[in-house]
Design a protein around this ligand. Structure first.
Ligand code: GLN
Length: 367
């Protein structure tokens, strides 16, 4: 076996979902919705299977590239369709960096950024977020200090998993200024772009179109995380380079699902689907946050995503899933180079209201 099998350990999300199943726990760990996807998506899939069944071009089905371009107000030539955002991030790693390069991301860090950086031989550099009076904040000075002549890219994620933060225009502009000054790429993971509870997130691409690769996800947008349809918006002229590497991994994303997503993206925009989704998640977020506060937790209210972070002293996530019947993700799972704030956990609230209430009851008994 190659030494890179050291990266083959089970992810924290798979592990917690497995333990949840094994112990009959309510799964507030891995972020996937309990509710089924919208019927307009399922109906579109029924029509596509049996009609669009052969390979699409590696860069993506033309109809879907058009639909993504229309939705995000970019040129269809800039769009590459991938097998989910996870493969999109790997295709970018393969396209943009390798041995000797350094890649910066903020900690707490969504786990895949680290092994994907290391798989292509580059070095991961974590810059910790700080817990200020207003909750989780970007530390621009710490970022500046982490930049070296080897810095090849910065991965940013807004809305941010796991904290639910949304970066402000000033924060994003500071990041862009540094990227221009030191000439590195920006990879902006925006899979939660439609899940915000106050102000709409600003897409980093709009501030630095010449160096930003934006990653999006139909699974997150349309509540079907198992479909594995994602996309990349590249700077002008670079889509064929990225698609060229993506073709060696999967050749193309599943064609019928690409066709279904193409029509569903247009329909979702027209029928107010995202407004309903936000309203329904905002209600579930409020009830989880209120319930946790009643149990004595310090809750950091998210501005976006379907995750919230909270401090619940003396609770061990492993014991909680096994003996308490509730799965969450321990914050330590999101730290590689810095210490996690103690007693902190991430709770997913993309679950049914009844599941959230039952999880709160079980937590109360457990505490
Ligand atoms: N995005 C999901 C989460 O943060 C999980 C993704 C995964 O398991 N790969 O929970």
């Amino acid at each position: 076996l190659h030494a890179r099998t050291s990266l083959s350990a089970e992810s924290i999300f798979s592990r917690m979902s497995r333990l949840a199943l094994q112990h009959g726990a309510i799964n507030l760990g891995q972020g996937f919705p309990s509710n089924p996807p919208p019927t307009f998506l399922l109906e579109a899939a029924r029509q596509a299977v049996g009609t669009v069944d052969q390979y699409s071009p590696p860069i993506g089905l033309p109809l879907l590239r058009e639909a993504v371009a229309q939705d995000l107000e970019v040129n269809a030539e800039q769009v590459v369709i991938t097998c989910g955002a996870t493969e999109a991030m790997l295709a970018l790693a393969q396209t943009l960096y390798g041995a000797g390069d350094e890649v910066i991301a903020f900690e707490p860090v969504f786990d895949i950024y680290v092994p994907q950086t290391e798989i292509v031989g580059a070095k991961f550099v974590g810059v910790p977020m700080v817990l200020g009076a207003a909750g989780w904040e970007l530390d621009i000075d710490a970022l500046r200090q982490a930049i070296t002549p080897r810095t090849k890219a910065l991965i940013i994620n807004s809305p941010f998993n796991p904290t639910g933060s949304i970066f402000t225009r000033a924060e994003l502009q500071a990041v862009v200024d540094l990227a221009r000054q030191h000439d590195f790429w920006l990879i902006s993971d925006e899979v939660y772009d439609e899940l915000y509870y106050a102000e709409r997130p600003i897409s980093l691409r709009t501030l630095a179109p010449e160096r930003t690769f934006t990653v999006g996800s139909a699974g997150k947008r349309l509540e079907a995380t198992g479909w594995r349809i994602g996309w990349i918006i590249t700077p002008e002229g670079l889509a064929p380079e990225v698609a060229g590497l993506h073709q060696w991994t999967t050749f193309c994303a599943p064609a019928p699902l690409q066709a279904a997503v193409a029509s569903a993206l247009i329909e979702a925009r027209q029928n107010g689907f995202y407004d309903q989704l936000r309203a329904s998640y905002a209600a579930r977020m409020q009830s989880l946050a209120a319930g946790l506060r009643q149990l004595g937790a310090e809750v950091f209210t998210p501005q976006g995503t379907y995750f919230l972070t909270a401090r619940l002293p003396n609770v061990n996530a492993e014991e909680l899933v096994i003996r308490g019947g509730v799965a969450v993700i321990p914050m330590s799972a999101f730290y590689r180079q810095h210490a996690a704030p103690p007693d902190m956990m991430r709770f997913a609230f993309c679950k049914k209201e009844a599941e959230i209430q039952e999880a709160l009851r079980r937590l109360k008994t457990f505490l």
